[in-house]
Design a protein around this ligand. Structure first.
Ligand code: TRP
Length: 464
């Protein structure tokens, strides 16, 4: 039998699906972005709004995206082709595959830093720092080296490709079942170290005592964007994983569990980082540099910091790896399903192209630093284009598609598969899902999108 006749693979169990999907969701967004965004947006009050956005927008869209994939058991392009005749909707799937490709190319650059920082931690580099500036200088000396940055990108990409090449059960599911529990345990360890530092309570207050005066319209937009990004929504990653989910498994409880895992890991990362940052008297609002500039100093000053720093960068690397494999899987599934490529060929060709596409992003920290478009270097540009525009646009269109085009008449019977018992009891929950997906999600995501396109200020000015 040729491989073409083999049935499409499925996850072996519901737990396997949940851990893989949580692996996609939990990434640099939770451990790198969430803490610095919280730090720069005032702490606890931001977290409350963020949690609301996760519940009102994140969960309903996640469920819709998983459901689309599980219904058709196809990649994002195949999914829209199966459910609609319109070229417009097919192109939404294609935009997702393209976004996956682009995101992978620069996500792997930052993931490569976290990989490289494991070795920096092992070498004890952080203990030579005299002041905050020396941590920044060290970071710059690494990222200014094209060889280091492209080398780490290449190594990271090779690891990602090796997992995806083994397929869903043997590659993605098996590795997630090892990496996700490990990530959780390591993170708990770092959090406990943070909590046992003198002065850790100042960090807890910052995280859990809301100061509402710092909240503005912009905070809500940032919270919504982060909720969306952290759940890997809007480009078909969850759709692709959903397509490998059995219709016997309950998609509703799976979505809730993924959201709970993702949110708790972000919060635990917040506690781990802010207890330490405050206990050592450093600045929580460092921004993007929080992880690579501030934390190494924190580690160098804390008792046991040598081991904590190694553990921390290993867990950051694991989080990035399980997200990167889901990005590569989106593109791979498209070429395997639609173009009938063999999986190994697809993985190595596409991973190779993503690596080449990643090189300009990597070099924008050194030799290409002066190449700017719209005032942004190449890395910032592709980041902005995907996270601020393609992902919200994709998520907006998916919500509209399920609620208004495919329609709840068809979606609800699909959703019920594997969730029969839940459906008997859960009248109002289903009702809420419909309302949120039909009205709240499109309107709120649209506002985020307008903001990203810099149109929001323009429009509000019209009314002033
Ligand atoms: N959720 C990932 C994180 O928190 C980032 C991400 C966004 C992503 N969209 C994605 C990952 C799609 C995989 C697929 O880091």
């Amino acid at each position: 039998m040729s491989f073409l006749n083999q049935p499409r693979e499925n996850f072996g169990s519901k737990l396997g699906f949940i851990l893989a999907a949580a692996g996609s969701a939990v990434g640099l967004g939770n451990i790198w972005a969430f803490p610095y965004i919280v730090g720069s947006n005032g702490g606890a009050a931001f977290i409350v709004i963020y949690l609301l956005c996760v519940a009102i927008i994140g969960l309903p869209v996640l469920l819709a995206e998983i459901l689309l994939g599980r219904t058709t058991q196809k990649n994002p392009v195949g999914t829209f082709q199966a459910l609609s005749n319109s070229k417009f909707w097919h192109s939404v799937g294609a935009m997702g595959v393209l976004a996956g490709f682009i995101i992978l190319s620069f996500y792997a650059v930052v993931a490569g830093w976290s990989f490289g920082y494991i070795f920096e931690a092992i070498r004890g580099s952080f203990f030579n720092f005299e002041n905050a500036q020396s941590a920044i200088d060290h970071f710059n000396s690494l990222t200014h080296s094209p060889i280091w940055i492209v080398g780490m990108l290449a190594l990271f990409m090779i690891l990602t490709m090796s997992i995806v090449a083994f397929g869903i059960k043997q590659g993605i599911e098996k590795s997630s079942k090892v990496m996700m529990p490990l990530l959780f345990i390591l993170l708990i360890g770092v959090m406990l170290r943070g909590l046992t530092l003198d002065g850790s309570s100042i960090g807890l207050k910052f995280l859990f005592n809301p100061d509402w005066s710092v909240i503005s319209g912009n905070t809500i937009i940032i919270a919504l964007g982060q909720a969306f990004f952290t759940l890997s929504l809007g480009m078909g990653a969850m759709m692709t994983y959903g397509s490998y989910m059995s219709k016997k498994d309950n998609a509703v409880t799976a979505s809730v569990q993924i959201v709970i895992l993702d949110t708790s890991i972000a919060l635990i990362a917040g506690v781990a980082i802010f207890t330490a940052v405050f206990a050592l008297g450093l600045d929580p609002a460092e921004g993007v540099g929080l992880i690579f500039h501030t934390l190494p100093i924190v580690f160098s000053k804390m008792t046991g910091g040598y081991f904590v720093s190694i553990i921390f960068f290993i867990l950051l690397f694991i989080a990035a790896l399980t997200s990167a494999i889901s990005l590569l899987e989106v593109v791979t599934s498209y070429f395997v399903d639609e173009k009938k490529w063999n999986r190994k060929k697809a993985v190595f060709v596409l991973g190779g192209i993503a690596f080449i596409l990643g090189i300009p992003s990597a070099l924008s920290f050194n030799v290409l630093a002066d190449v700017k478009f719209f005032g942004m270097n190449i890395f910032d540009l592709v980041f902005y284009l995907t996270f601020n525009i393609m992902l919200p646009l994709g998520g907006l269109l998916m919500a509209i598609f399920v609620a208004w085009i495919w329609g709840f008449d068809k979606a609800l019977p699909e959703l019920k598969k594997g969730a029969e018992q839940l459906f008997e009891k859960a009248g109002w929950q289903i009702y809420l899902w419909k309302i949120f997906l039909k009205y709240f999600a499109p309107v709120l995501i649209f506002i985020v999108l307008l903001n990203s396109l810099d149109l929001l200020d323009f429009i509000t000015n019209l009314f002033e």
